[in-house]
Write a protein that binds this ligand. Sequence first.
Ligand code: ADE
Length: 254
Amino acid sequence: MMARGLQAGRQAGENRRRMTTALLSALAEEQQGLIELLQAPVLHRAAGREVYTGRLWGEPVVVTLSRIGKVAAATTATLLAERFAPQRMVFTGVAGGLAPAVRVGDVVVSHALLQHDMDASPLFPRHEVPLYGRSRFEADQALAAALTQAARRALGASKVHQGLLVSGDRFVSSAAESRALQAALPEALAVDMESAAVAQVCHDYGLPFAALRSISDRADDSAHIDFQRFVQEVASPCMHRILAQWLQAGALPG
Ligand code: ADE
């Protein structure tokens, strides 16, 4: 009994160690320095992307850039799911803050994701993805909880929010558009251009998914200026600190 218990424990440990995480970001600036941190990196070229496999803080990863927008992100997520067989996927990058409490420099971890520009009404309710019978894709709750815990350790609890993240093929750059989004989707914490598309792909493949986004701007009239400054100076060091906390915690579920 004892020997079997030990064997099962060791097996569980090995399974955990073997779990490959796909790490996606839209822009090179958001992932800056991550490839240099890879242990035993191998470069693969596919679908016009450069995909790296290797280990980060000892954990197996597959890392690439999705490029910008829902289609590019969905293509990239599909490529990773099909060719690199990850066991979970995490999107890291920046987002525009929508809810008043979500400030520049804060972090949002997705609990659910929605495409704010999906509208096949009157055939289907606004925001519902046709033939899926849903407008929201849930993030993997264990994964989201582990990322939240890591972000809280890295940045302090007051800067970390969990909730609805919305995506669309628009850079939201006016207070009027931000207000309209908040009126249509009062629960939305932040807006980006990729995460909900990747959530849909991961739903199709049965892959656990969550998005981790630092807030670069308030999706208002100065969003484009704040965005550029933030992605150049703050985004990637902030994400590295959280990813290091999370992957080094290794044994945590999620
Ligand atoms: N990503 C970062 N800021 C954004 C914004 N304002 N709109 C859409 N995506 C974003």
